[in-house]
Design a protein around this ligand. Structure first.
Ligand SMILES: [Fe+2]
Length: 198
């Protein structure tokens, strides 16, 4: 399933080669790695929150599958559609397919009380992957792509830390909050070590 999505991402990057591929997050391989990370985070949160682990894992695999073929606002809808086609072709039961599609469609929305727990879990896992040392490193790489100075690094990490804090405030699950806070602490260390050496 993950390999299918990986191939799909590569194929759409090949077809839409005019997109901004010089940023790491516009590469198929980055998107694939992000997906693997989100699957792992979503599973960890789901287990602690009594959410359906299979629905969450499969939704996480497909959540960004359409990232490179449609506009950002449409990628959740289109990703749900790709998952539905794949899952029915492979004989998964209809109620399972419906639950997975719903969670994928929800993943770009603001969490709300009408959402199933599985949707909230995916939203949290997806946002955690952007904070912490890995998230900060991607933003630092962007400086290089834009020929900017390494002196901007602490400011960049600071922005990632701030974004992390506001992400935590919007979170509902204790597991999500705990993982996010750990990552923020690591980003703070990254910033202080960098400042020590420069
Ligand atoms: Fe994502």
């Amino acid at each position: 399933m993950a390999e299918f999505v990986r191939e799909h991402l590569h194929e759409t990057v090949r077809r839409n080669g005019d997109r901004m591929r010089w940023y790491p997050w516009h590469s198929a391989e980055y998107r694939y790695r992000h997906m693997i990370g989100v699957v792992d985070l979503a599973e960890r949160i789901a287990r602690h929150e009594d959410a359906d682990v299979n629905v969450v894992r499969v939704a996480a695999v497909f959540h960004d599958a359409a990232k490179f073929e449609v506009k950002q606002e449409k990628h959740a809808e289109e990703g749900a559609w790709i998952a539905q086609k794949y899952l029915s072709r492979n004989g998964y039961p209809e109620p399972f397919i419906e639950s997975v599609a719903r969670v994928i469609r929800d993943h770009t929305r603001e969490p709300n009380d009408g959402m199933p727990m599985e949707s909230k879990v995916l939203i949290e896992a997806d946002s955690i992957d952007k904070i912490g040392v890995a998230g900060a490193t991607l933003m630092v790489m962007r400086l290089g792509y834009e020929s900017r100075s390494h002196e901007e690094v602490p400011g960049i990490i600071d922005r990632v830390i701030k974004r992390g804090k506001s992400t935590v405030e919007r979170m509902e699950t204790e597991t999500g909050k705990r993982i996010a806070r750990e990552r923020i602490e690591r980003a703070k260390l990254m910033k202080s070590w960098f400042e020590d050496e420069i």
